[in-house]
Unconditional design. Structure first.
Length: 307
């Protein structure tokens, strides 16, 4: 029977590895854990002019900041926008890459297949600052290529980024454009792991392409589909600050304003530090709960675990 090593034995035999981790741990403490002390601001009427002393001298107001936030009409709309946009992104972010992976998996030309993967994957590595500028030019109602085609077909130009009725769809489509390459590679890798003898047996039994896809392909990659879906659940309150901040404007706040951009305006523009911290804490707590649930579901249904 193999004896379990004690913590001291492990540390003694692997101390070099722990020393290598030390700089990363120090940076994590400085930039991730120490700033969490600022959570106390959400329970105070914080006065920034007091500097660090403000943490100790500002008036304690308990849950008043949370009551104020939850009573704001704007917050209810922001929460709705965040949930709607995030859920649409999760659904589209699974469906589109899955379809592309299934189509690309049937391509026999290896060079074409690799080139397509690379082209679809490239936007994933670009920041939203770059892609935002590209989208503004492409979707411009006066000179953008999309509206040029629309007017050529005899229709009125569409202000995609300045119309509350189109902004959500634009955000979802642009997010899929940027990120679908990543999930597509995951699904393609899963497809290569399916036993090819199952397809051969299905062909002998007379099953066509759609029957093979329905009874072999999709069940074969179902764990990966579930994994992508449940991990997306943990980010349901992260509707994409970088994207929204670079693409939205005050005219579309009612449909595109999300929690992160709302916090940015409260804290950085309106200088309501206590209120913005309260919103951020609310989001963090809900996100923590959702991440815990998502990893539990991932372990149960996709056999995926970190620890």
């Amino acid at each position: 029977m193999k004896q379990k090593k004690s913590l001291g034995t492990i540390m003694k035999s692997e101390w070099q590895l722990h020393v290598m981790l030390l700089p990363a741990i120090i940076l994590l403490i400085i930039f991730a854990y120490l700033p969490m002390v600022g959570i106390v601001i959400s329970f105070q009427d914080f006065v920034p002019s007091g500097g660090m002393k403000g943490f100790f001298t500002s008036q304690w107001v308990g849950l008043d900041n949370f009551r104020y936030v939850f009573g704001m009409k704007d917050f209810q709309q922001v929460l709705t926008n965040t949930l709607v946009i995030a859920i649409l992104k999760i659904i589209a972010g699974i469906a589109v890459p899955l379809v592309l992976a299934l189509m690309l998996n049937e391509v026999g030309n290896r060079a074409f297949k690799k080139a397509t993967q690379t082209i679809v994957y490239v936007p994933y590595f670009l920041s939203w600052v770059v892609l935002g500028g590209i989208l503004v030019d492409i979707l411009s109602p006066s000179s953008g290529i999309v509206n040029t085609l629309i007017t050529a077909l005899g229709h009125e130009p569409v202000y995609f980024l300045g119309n509350p009725n189109t902004i959500r769809g634009t955000l979802v489509v642009s997010e899929v454009w940027k990120g679908c390459g990543y999930n597509m590679v995951i699904f393609l890798a899963a497809l290569t792991g399916i036993d090819q003898s199952q397809y051969e047996a299905a062909k002998v039994d007379g099953a066509g392409y759609f029957k093979q896809m329905l009874y072999i392909t999709l069940p074969g990659i179902l764990p990966q589909i579930i994994l992508v879906a449940v991990l997306g659940l943990g980010n349901i309150l992260n509707a994409g600050f970088d994207q929204v901040f670079n693409l939205y404007s005050p005219i579309v706040y009612e449909k595109a304003d999300i929690i992160d951009t709302f916090v940015y305006r409260l804290g950085m523009l309106n200088l309501q530090y206590s209120v913005s911290t309260a919103v951020g804490l609310f989001k963090s707590v809900i996100s923590f709960i959702l991440i815990t649930i998502s990893f539990t579901l991932a372990k149960k249904y996709a056999n995926y675990q970190i620890f």
